[in-house]
Design a protein around this ligand. Structure first.
Ligand code: 5GP
Ligand code: ZN
Length: 114
């Protein structure tokens, strides 16, 4: 997916502040953090949105949540709490069409989200 920004980061073509990576998942700091800790966790596989997931992607999604828990511990937000957000489509405000999980923490968060 040559013109995908996040494929550029997973492939090393675009500079990303990578904090975790394994065979299937890459995590890097958001360029415009909305909380003291704001990390994006993405599959290496190019999946545009949540709507494009297939049953075979189940283990991949599990791997993303395991990475999130590990990152939350490492970045000191596990104890006080954190939020994982996936924006899907226009109303949710999705701007990059490579599936990504926002890991947010380090401050109190309001509910419902804006
Ligand atoms: P979305 O709005 O699609 O849910 O989230 C896209 C996220 O990607 C935003 O939080 C935005 O700040 C982040 N982002 C956009 N471009 C870049 C980039 O080049 N590098 C990094 N690290 N994050 C980016
Ligand atoms: Zn991509």
């Amino acid at each position: 997916m040559n013109d995908c920004l996040f494929c550029g980061i997973t492939g090393g073509k675009v500079k990303g502040n990578i904090v975790y990576q394994d065979d299937s998942v890459v995590a890097f700091k958001d360029i415009k953090p909305r909380a003291p800790v704001h990390i994006l966790i993405i599959p290496r596989k190019h999946i545009p949105t949540l709507l494009d997931l297939e049953p075979a992607d189940g283990p991949l999604i599990g791997a993303i949540f395991f990475a999130a828990a590990k990152l939350a511990q490492e970045h000191g937000i596990a104890e006080n709490g954190y939020r994982i957000v996936v924006n899907c489509g226009a109303d949710a405000g999705q701007t990059v069409f490579h599936l990504h999980y926002h890991l947010l923490g380090g401050r109190h968060m309001g509910w419902p989200p804006g």
